[in-house]
Design a protein around this ligand. Structure first.
Ligand code: HEC
Length: 221
């Protein structure tokens, strides 16, 4: 008997849910999205969503299927990146340096590069696929991105030139500065919901250097 009541309740819950799904469809179908300005109200297709859903997380989640190593990456890097970032990631003029600087972070003159500073290989994949080459963002294929990331990591001796960087291995690469970030995020706007710290926040800070001493401020003309 008890079981029967339970079953009925489950059935009823199902039919309520089903009814609301049907009603939603009636509503959506009733208003023709295409007739509205900007097509507002239409559902994004899986293809449209996948165009936006490109983030790759530290453990490799979200990494698109593909692979490449530094040997393959060298050519693409030379063609598409070296003009700004230099053949060896040294950075031409004021374009960002991409390699080296390992062990410099605690020095007077820290050199922050993908190799010395970035916490995860996925950060490099995500950023490069999303934003580089500068001015031609998202023109690299997935394989080209793996290749070029492998090349950049190899320039900082993080992986060897034959290491196959792929959707399966990218989450396993150990970056030198992986532990150099504070978790949880201590910044005021990163505080848990409901209790954001807006003034006199007790975030432990220690000044370890001054911009003046590393001479990054241009002299007056
Ligand atoms: C036309 C010059 C140019 C080209 C070509 C170019 N980049 Fe960049 N790159 C930039 C600029 C400018 C930035 C800084 C962008 C910013 O901070 O918003 C940057 C930033 C980066 C960064 C982040 C550096 C850091 O530490 O913040 C990486 C990684 C990178 N580029 C990789 C690449 C790769 C890989 C390619 C080739 C596929 C490439 N770039 C091609 C100009 C270029």
């Amino acid at each position: 008997m008890y079981v029967l009541v339970e079953k009925n309740m489950v059935l009823r819950a199902f039919s309520v849910a089903w009814l609301s799904i049907c009603l939603t469809f009636v509503f959506v179908a009733g208003v023709n999205a295409a007739d509205r300005p900007f097509g507002l109200g239409s559902l994004a297709t899986t293809e449209q969503v996948s165009g936006w859903d490109i983030d790759v997380r530290p453990d490799g989640k979200g990494a698109p299927i593909g692979s490449g190593n530094a040997i393959e990456g060298e050519e693409i890097y030379a063609e598409r990146c070296a003009a700004c970032h230099g053949d060896f990631g040294e950075g031409i003029d004021r374009w960002p340096i991409l390699a080296g600087g390992l062990g410099s972070l605690t020095s007077e003159d820290p050199v922050k590069t993908v190799g010395s500073y970035w916490p995860y290989a996925s950060t490099a994949y995500d950023y490069i696929y999303r934003a580089m080459p500068f001015g031609e963002a998202q023109s690299l294929t997935h394989n080209e991105t793996y290749q070029v990331v492998a090349y950049i990591l190899n320039m900082s001796d993080i992986i060897d030139e034959e290491f196959i960087l792929s959707n399966e291995t990218i989450g396993k690469v150990k970056m030198p500065n992986q532990k150099g970030f504070m978790m949880p995020d201590p910044r005021p706007d990163g505080q848990p919901k409901g209790n954001p710290c807006m003034s006199n926040c007790s975030v432990p800070t220690k000044v370890i250097g001054r911009a003046r001493s590393i001479d990054v401020t241009p002299d007056k003309e």
